[in-house]
Design a protein around this ligand. Structure first.
Ligand SMILES: NC(=O)c1ccc[n+]([C@@H]2O[C@H](COP(=O)([O-])OP(=O)(O)OC[C@H]3O[C@@H](n4cnc5c(N)ncnc54)[C@H](O)[C@@H]3O)[C@@H](O)[C@H]2O)c1
Length: 273
């Protein structure tokens, strides 16, 4: 059984991953940690039976929780500030991390990567664990190579609670496309194309434009628009429910426990793409 610690079990993603893990006979949840609902039974917040009668623990006691419950893997879909603190503590203790949280800083990624190598604790970081999006990661750059003189724009839509924009997925797609064209994302990214009322901006080219829509309960849509003279291609992914991400997280948990290289894996490697 894989001993699993879950951060944020009361969040939209955390709750789904918790429910899938409880139903999985290869996984044993040993701890659930949050800043909300501390002291509450996990059972009162989920729709699947929790035979181990777990209590939501205060994430501020993470070091003691790890020493007591000895998790092998931790899964984190919370907020960047929390991830950057809690996953460092995990890796310092040799716990392998699956990180789905987006908007992580470059500074954290560098420090985390060094610690993963030093502590022999491989990790997975991916802004999108859905199989379909990982296929888009694979083909978006290939398509761009054939269409390098076309205009490329990335449009994404998410629910109104989402904290970051553009999405981590949109940025990753942009990076893949830019690099496939021999450029860096920093030099070609254009965020939005307006400056407000009566201050219109002309659309410039040799850019990858990013456009973020926030509304209602949209789970997550990404469209890559390749527009040429007289025709266009749209590569589109729509998540119908968060289950595609949660199932990807479970695959990642099962993968990382046996991973041999001390590095940060991406989900393409897990899916064999
Ligand atoms: N990689 C993917 O496939 C994927 C898919 C969907 C969402 N996400 C990302 O996952 C993250 C969470 O999304 P969500 O919609 O579940 O958010 P949410 O707001 O519904 O849940 C966040 C959870 O984190 C908890 N939390 C906050 N601070 C914490 C801390 N210090 N320690 C522990 N828990 C803490 C909250 O109490 C809550 O339970 C976001 O960054 C989102 O972009 C990634």
């Amino acid at each position: 059984m894989i001993k699993l610690l879950i951060f944020g079990p009361t969040g939209s993603m955390g709750r789904l991953i918790t429910e899938l893990a409880l139903k999985d006979n290869e996984i044993q949840i040993v701890a659930v940690c949050d800043i909300n609902n501390v002291g509450t039974t996990l059972q009162s917040l989920i729709a699947v039976e929790d035979k181990n009668k777990l209590i939501i623990e205060d994430v501020n006691n993470l070091q003691q929780i790890i020493e007591k419950t000895k998790p092998e893997v931790a899964v984190d879909f919370t907020i960047a500030k929390a991830t950057e603190k809690n996953c460092m503590i995990c890796v310092e203790n040799g716990v392998r991390c699956i990180i789905g949280t987006t908007a992580l800083t470059d500074e954290f990624l560098k420090k985390f990567s060094d610690l993963v190598k030093k502590n022999n604790a491989p990790a997975v970081i991916s802004p999108n664990m859905a199989t379909g999006v990982n296929l888009i990661f694979k083909v978006a750059g290939i398509l761009a190579q054939y269409l390098s003189d076309w205009d490329i724009e990335i449009i994404e839509a998410h629910h109104k609670r989402k904290l970051d924009s553009p999405s981590g997925t949109a940025l990753k797609i942009g990076k893949i496309i830019a690099e496939s064209l021999g450029k860096s994302l920093e030099t070609v990214a254009k965020f939005g194309r307006n400056k407000g009322l009566n201050k219109r901006e002309v659309g410039a080219k040799n850019e990858i434009g990013f456009h973020a829509i926030r509304g209602g309960d949209i789970v997550g849509d990404h469209t890559i628009l390749y527009a040429g003279p007289g025709e266009r291609i749209e590569l589109k992914h729509q998540a119908h429910s968060r289950m595609c991400f949660a199932e990807g997280a479970i695959k990642a948990i099962k993968f990382i426990v046996n991973a041999k290289e001390n590095k940060i894996y991406n989900t393409n490697e897990i899916l064999g793409l």
